[in-house]
Design a protein around this ligand. Structure first.
Ligand SMILES: [Zn+2]
Length: 260
């Protein structure tokens, strides 16, 4: 597929509960001249990827913000697809928070038992990245920041990806408003920002009330709100009308594409 520069396809834009029938929040990143990668891969991701007309065999890898099922629970289906359906021969790379390697095995074992021990026709390469670290991965520069979402030993990340063309895309993952998220967002060409609720209480998630306060000083050129519950999506048009004019903001929907 010819890609002008960088294209982000929203494969899913819903919360953990698939509110209003949307898929678990995850994104396909097409960076010209490189294998596409997915950012997160929740339980509905494979179905969403196929609905977008794409094949899991195209993927170079998965970048994972945190190890909750709505962000990485689709992995067993991806792994068996490459074993039995559209047989994969190229390595599948995964870069995620500390604990990813053990959790990949656990997800696969829980979903398919002994198939976790079957040899695969492709290599599964898992690397871990901790808050404060930066690495090169599949031609991208990836920086990890501490999110506020999980209890130790689990670690949730906000991520910032710099593409070959120098586009910077930040992903909040799931988090309460925090300094890690602010640092990831600063200077980003696009911030993919979770907005689970209109207002607290919302667990360790961002709310529209947070974003109203943060948007004027965020320093991201464009913001895509995602991980949406029913009340937020129902009021999306009204909420956007209140966004300061210097911020380009949109609400995500499944299948939406953004060019950068
Ligand atoms: Zn989560």
């Amino acid at each position: 597929m010819y890609v002008l520069a960088v294209r982000l396809t929203v494969i899913g834009s819903g919360d953990a509960f698939n509110s209003l029938g949307r898929g678990h929040s995850c994104y396909l990143l097409d960076d010209a001249g490189a294998a596409p990668v997915m950012v997160d891969f929740g339980a509905t991701a494979l179905a969403g990827l196929r609905r977008a007309g794409r094949s899991p065999l195209e993927l170079g890898g998965l970048l994972v913000t945190h190890l909750h099922g709505d962000h990485v629970g689709g992995l067993p289906f991806l792994l068996i697809d490459g074993m039995y359906h559209g047989v994969r021969t190229t390595p599948l790379e995964l870069l995620g928070p500390p604990g990813s390697a053990a959790r990949v095995d656990l997800f696969m074992r829980t979903a398919y038992g002994g198939l976790a021990d079957e040899p695969r026709p492709y290599e599964t390469r898992v690397r871990e990245i901790a808050p404060g670290e930066r690495t090169r991965w599949l031609g991208l520069e990836v920086e990890a920041f501490a999110a506020v979402h999980m209890d130790a030993p689990d670690v949730a990340l906000c991520l910032r990806v710099t593409t070959r063309q120098g586009r910077r895309i930040a992903f909040s993952g799931d988090t309460a408003m925090c300094d890690g998220l602010r640092a990831a967002a600063r200077g980003a060409d696009l911030l993919v920002a979770e907005c689970t609720c209109l207002a607290p209480p919302c667990g360790r998630h961002c709310t529209w009330q947070d974003w109203e306060r943060e948007l004027p000083t965020l320093g991201a050129r464009r913001v895509l709100f995602t991980h949406l519950s029913d009340p937020v999506r129902d009021r999306a048009a009204e909420l956007l009308a209140a966004v300061p004019s210097q911020v380009a903001a949109t609400f995500a929907d499944d299948g939406m594409q953004l060019e950068l």
